[in-house]
Design a protein around this ligand. Sequence first.
Ligand SMILES: Nc1ncnc2c1ncn2[C@@H]1O[C@H](COP(=O)(O)OP(=O)(O)OP(=O)(O)O)[C@@H](O)[C@H]1O
Ligand SMILES: [Mg+2]
Length: 546
Amino acid sequence: MAKVRPLSPALVSKIAAGEVVERPASVVKELVENSLDAGASRVEVVLEDGGLRLVKVVDDGEGMEEEDALLALEEYSTSKISTLQDLSSITTLGFRGEALHAISAVSRFTLFTSTGELGTGVRVEGGVIKTVTKGPRSRGTTVEVRDLFFNLRARRRFLRSPSTERAHILQVMREYILAYPEVNFLLVEKGDLLLQAFPGGLGDRAALLWALKEEDIVTLEAREGDLELTGVLARPPHARRDSRGLFFFVNGRPVRDRLLAGALMEGMRSRLVKGEYPMVALFLHMPPGDVDVNVHPSKREVKFRRPYQVAALVKKGVEKALGAPSPGVRWQGASLPHPPSSVHGSHWSGEVREERIPFSLPSWRFLGEYAGLYLVVEQDGDLVLVDKHALHERMLYDTIRENWDKGGKARLLLVPLEFQLEGEEGEFLKETAHALEALGFRIQLKGEGLCEIKGVPQWFQGDAVAFFRSWLAQGEPAGEDELMARAASLACRQAMKGGDALRGDQVDRLMAFLDSRGLDLTCPHGRPVAVRLSRGDVERLFKRRI
Ligand SMILES: Nc1ncnc2c1ncn2[C@@H]1O[C@H](COP(=O)(O)OP(=O)(O)OP(=O)(O)O)[C@@H](O)[C@H]1O
Ligand SMILES: [Mg+2]
């Protein structure tokens, strides 16, 4: 008997579904795209359990007649293209005609749709149509997807916790919120409004998502032949410590693309602190023939016909929008008295206290200390107040970031520390163990919810148990980069608490660090490190000048 035989259609559907549907966020993406293609002006997404139990999308788009509703669930059935030629001039988000088919093959699925007449309801379970019903509904479509992968156990195991899945969904929603500013979006879970975006402009939406003021948003425009770039970006020093503020769109379609990200970073290099990413929403527009969107079933990747031209335009556009880099504070002397990168492993506990804080920086004049927290300095005729601790934290944080790539070296504890885990804390700890490990923590989970801390990062000072307590208290998992950033920031704070008063030579080094980075520097939480008052500002305060 022949060993090779065709797979059953049901099995083929399940295999193919895996390429389109990876997790609840892919369901949200496909359904929201369908709603947008249907011309919806309002798209509401409802979740249960971070989308694991339910993803429901309700729109007020054009809807479907019964015949189309049934056809839409078939494999490779679409209203969006019909000829091979159409494939090279796609203007809709969907075109493969497989999303609904794929999703309904791996979930308990219902579609309820109407063109304004009597509506049609279709219930599908694991790819099999169970019932077709009629009922009243205003124009639009509702799709409910319950228990994703209920019939694909292997796939279900790859799904993460509700909070991780929810984080992915939020990111997908942000993409469409930016790409379709005229559409009203809502994301709801258990009656909680997770996201809401009213119709507006791109600037409003970016400000909303990045929690910035309008004036912190820079618009961007550049053109090269029939290649056009538009968009917005958060004015530096506003930045993130992960890449989740990077949004790229090609002809209205959200894409992830290393080339574009690289070109952007290149264009902003002089504006960013190492380890930081900008917040941008960049839209590339080009003739449909210049980009292939049919590279992968998830339609996340694209292929440019002229990739280097595209990259060059992104770099140029960003540089142009930001203007020349700010001069910052430059050294007037030739060399730094203390290299700013040498904090690694240093101890900040000050057995030696010095009254006078020596400054050996040529362009700075130390005037005094205020409230035990601020350094008062004169620089180039300006009065500068420096938040010592914010600056210290920044320097420590940067050192931690720079060092963890080198393997997260641990200092093993002679006597391991123990603490008790509660509820789901063990799960969260397991999920995030790699980030902690990379930072230099060594832990072991014992039975009965006991956790043992065997090692801490070499630079770590302060209370390791307190670090873990606050780490667990955050509970909310996130993407890789964000986890790392959070761990670094927490560890940094613990280390700060462990430190004592700053010694004179340490302050000197802090100032050298500030001097090398410029006064725009912020602490890891985004607060300013230094405030500058010009002579004019001071005179205005005293009403000597208006
Ligand atoms: N919310 C909706 N409102 C109106 N029509 C819809 C909606 N969702 C789907 N349809 C119709 O069902 C068809 C099939 O949808 P499906 O998502 O499976 O394929 P597609 O969008 O054409 O392509 P892709 O697989 O690339 O998403 C669509 O072409 C569209 O005609
Ligand atoms: Mg679709």
